[in-house]
Design a protein around this ligand. Structure first.
Ligand SMILES: NC(=O)c1ccc[n+]([C@@H]2O[C@H](COP(=O)([O-])OP(=O)(O)OC[C@H]3O[C@@H](n4cnc5c(N)ncnc54)[C@H](O)[C@@H]3O)[C@@H](O)[C@H]2O)c1
Length: 268
């Protein structure tokens, strides 16, 4: 029996996953879609050959074995506890929304369900995870983002930052992964992914740099410890539909789903 998959959030990432499932690229069946914008979910369903039904969140959780969240951090307080109480395995894209809710991990463990957190728009998590089996002295993430991807974010609006007038690359944020995810809920999920990849006692320092005229989301991860040193840079192409979401993030969700559905897995 193929895995029965449901998707919450039928935007950029949800749409790419739904199309891949519809094309038979994953050994799983797309059985339902849900979005707070019902028209969007219906339009996606109509574009697919399998025409999955558009349902409520509770129906989604009832009929699917596996649920993908590709909606928003705001969706998590309702979605995750319900998915856990039904014992559903889930893939979470709005990873920043998991920070401060580590009790969900404990409850998922008790219920025997799994929470998958894809690498998203960064690379090198295999090395970071292996490195964290020993002593880690420092971990940092520097995200260089085009002004277009930062404009309209909560942090930029609240601080009244004038990004258009910047003469060159400017550091607009420095802080912890938790602070980054709270300041940039729709663009700093990668900081949260990195946070969860290492022990809670290891500080993850984050810098966000605004790049006037930039057209890529560039993430640079550095770590140092007992294992040696690691430096990984990814230059991400923003997706066509959403400049805040890198193509690699959507591909990473798809690769995770493929991995779950397959019997052979490669990599850490
Ligand atoms: N982990 C990562 O590396 C990474 C990378 C990129 C994006 N993301 C996150 O993944 C999520 C999806 O990204 P996207 O680019 O597909 O976004 P998008 O804006 O293109 O689509 C999101 C969809 O979810 C729906 N939605 C939002 N809140 C909802 C709710 N509470 N209930 C039901 N539907 C809801 C919206 O109506 C929209 O259709 C976002 O939270 C984004 O920040 C994570």
């Amino acid at each position: 029996m193929p895995l029965k998959v449901g998707i919450l959030g039928t935007g950029t990432i949800g749409g790419i996953l739904a199309a891949a499932l519809d094309q038979g690229r994953v050994e799983a069946k797309l059985v339902a879609l849900c979005d707070q914008d019902r028209g969007r979910a219906e339009a996606l369903s109509a574009s697919l050959s399998s025409k999955p039904p558009v349902v409520s969140m509770s129906a989604l959780l009832e009929i699917c074995d596996f649920v993908v969240e590709a909606a928003s951090q705001a969706a998590l307080p309702e979605f995750v506890p319900q998915a856990i109480s039904r014992g559903r395995d889930m893939l979470i894209m709005s990873v920043g929304g998991l920070l401060g809710h580590e009790e969900w991990f404990r409850k998922a463990q008790e219920k025997g369900c799994r929470i998958y957190i894809p690498s998203g728009a960064i690379a090198g998590l295999d090395g970071i995870k292996s490195a964290s089996m020993g002593q880690i002295d420092s971990v940092s993430l520097t995200s260089r983002k085009p002004v277009a991807a930062l404009a309209g974010t909560k942090y930029v609006i609240e601080r009244g930052l004038q990004l258009d007038g910047m003469a060159g690359e400017t550091i607009i944020f420095e802080g912890s992964a938790e602070e980054a995810a709270a300041a940039f809920p729709s663009t700093s999920n990668v900081a949260a992914v990195l946070r969860f990849a290492v022990e809670p006692s290891v500080a993850v320092r984050v810098r966000v740099v605004a790049v006037p005229g930039g057209n890529r989301n560039v993430h640079e991860i550095r770590a140092e410890g007992e294992f040696g040193r690691l430096a990984v840079t990814v230059e991400n192409v923003p997706s066509n539909a959403n400049p805040r979401t890198s193509q690699l993030a959507a591909f990473s969700a798809l690769a995770t789903l493929m991995n779950i559905a397959k019997s052979v897995r490669v990599g850490t």
